[in-house]
Design a protein around this ligand. Sequence first.
Ligand SMILES: Cc1ncc(COP(=O)(O)O)c(C=O)c1O
Length: 374
Amino acid sequence: MRQLRLSKSCITQEEKRAVMSVLDRGYLGMGPEVRDFENDLTSFFGRPATCIVNGTAALHLALQGIGIKSGDEVLVQSLTYVASFQAITAAGGIPIACDFDPDTGCIDLIDARQRVSDKTKAIMPVHYAGGVGDLDELYKFAEEYDLRVIEDAAHAFGTEYKGSKVGSFGDIACFSFDGIKNITSGEGGCIVTDDPMVLERIRDARQLGVEQDSERRFAGLRSWNPNVLDQGWRYHMSDIMAAIGRIQLKNFDHHRTKRQSLAKEYSAILAEESLVTLFNHDYEKVVPHIFVVILDPSVDRSKLMDILSKSGVPTGIHYKPNHLLSFFHRKGIRALPITEEYSSRLLTLPLHPELTRDDVRYITTELREHLRDA
Ligand SMILES: Cc1ncc(COP(=O)(O)O)c(C=O)c1O
């Protein structure tokens, strides 16, 4: 019997050699490798990228960078990883849980509109599973209410929207490079923006707020007479991480096409299955981080997950809605009917670059065979 993985960090000898050369150099902190990774990412996006220790910290710094403070409200879909919500509260903001659009998995702007208040300062669209929905509409909405936009693009590295890469346009985009993302640096992430005020704030804030410390470290210097102008955090990336990230970025085309071809294979097979609905993603443009299906309400998801696990097919749930978590639950919150209905029907199938098309055929055969027993 096969034993598949739901997700996997896919690392080659090249990444291992790159890490070894950093170890041999004897400088592991934020130095030349991070500087070069930042330059590589800046070329990739066509505007400045700043490397951060992880995607959650990237979101936190971006929120601080736009000046979110205690009591400010940020619109965000409830269907996201807890990182989006934690980043908002870490910055002192209040996450205002919104519904999502079951066609795309992205924030439902009709619902979000009803939750705007005079305290709303920003919107954080989450590019769920790599899809971005209608970003033109989203930016129009933000303009209408004078909101900053922080795109949680943790799932969407490489996705294109109308011919442009996510992150290459818009206000601010935050990516995650954790072990199983479209590219990894072990842990890690980056913020992409060309807002000079935000850039200045985040570059210092990632180094405990020490003024111009990033630039000094990239030049191999330290200041023994530092100044600090604002609250900072120890959120910088290390050279070990950047060494992995640079190789992953160089080989991204391979990872991208592999993820897209597996998602196309899943979609072609599952289009025939009446007990499963798919998100409306064009896998020529979307680079999927996860592959999620919506089960028919008649299917018992837990039972199905158990049966599939016994056939060597691990599955996952992305996500339990955040407004149902005790820390984020707010009294008097207006219902989120789509989130509440759909979240119990979402099922994530295995996806990573080492999976084969034959594995996808095996997974879908097992899924289809057992959908009706569950
Ligand atoms: C939607 C979303 N946002 C933010 C993050 C946070 O990224 P990180 O794990 O690098 O902190 C993740 C990570 O999985 C995520 O899925």
